[in-house]
Design a binder for this molecule. Sequence first.
Ligand SMILES: Cc1ncc(COP(=O)(O)O)c(C=O)c1O
Length: 339
Amino acid sequence: MIVNLISDTVTKPSKRMLESMFSASVGDDVFKEDPSVNLFENEVAELFGKEAALFFPSGTMTNQTAIKLHTRPGDQLICDHYAHIFNYEGGGVSFNSGVSCKMIQGDRGRISSKQIQNCINPSDFYHSPRTSLVCLENTTNKGGGAIYDLVEIKKIRSLCDQENLALHLDGARLWNALEVTKEDPKVYGILFDTISLCFSKGLGCPVGSVLVGSKVQINEALRIRKVFGGGMRQAGYLAAAGSYALKYHRADLNKDHLKAKEIADTLKKCSFVKEIQPVSTNIIIFSIKDDYDQDLFVQNLKEKSILIISLGKGKLRMVTHRDYTDAQHEYLISTLLKM
Ligand SMILES: Cc1ncc(COP(=O)(O)O)c(C=O)c1O
């Protein structure tokens, strides 16, 4: 038994999900003739009350497409210094769009309207890059699965309207936030110009992300996706997995959240633990005391068939997911208590 807590991206499709994929009707999606992709895109657009949606092979490509959509070369976007778009998308913001990032030190990956306000370059001051876009992440990855307060997002939306800025959400794990807050996805559809959503994380699909936006934006996104080489042919087999996950997997995220809280409670009892960040969803970030070697600790767990990762700077991360079983959970808890 391997207990893999490296990420929720390690999940594999369930038997039932695979059956729904096998039985999908497919066509050539580059010609927009794949019925399963068309259906899936409509389902996601409708869920968020948006006019249109577009299926992508990865969350990175949805985010990068949105950034390209909302900016011109030389522009600047505003994001938290932990943002995935800045840290883990290979420098795509500058490579793909010729855009720089103004980074904010937020609270566990979340930025406030006040902080954003201080970072907007005056539109008539042509010496500075033009600020054109604000990107939020919900839940935050490097911030330990933290959830934004909707009140703050509403303030950020007002500021963006006032300053003529686009607002994009990296909602790779928005599903986790929605499962906790029980907020209506349509509220997010109203507040953000575009949202990128991942299906290959907690929802358990093998591949797939979706960008939602207006018809005009999604038509343009289709062109950008083509340029990025993201057009897929019989993608309906993958879209069918997404439709299945939307229907049957969303509610299961609760179990992942519960297990994550139990792991955090266990870590609190362990003498080797220095600090644990608050756990809001399925991500646990913690550090171990200075007299313990971090690499040795990770290696030690690996020898016990438990896989976790280091985020650098003394931080360790575990992510719970639908393939992390009750038996594995019991094993992890008892192992930690014995260490
Ligand atoms: C917050 C966030 N955004 C975007 C992505 C990118 O998704 P993908 O790995 O599908 O490119 C990830 C992946 O882990 C993520 O955590």
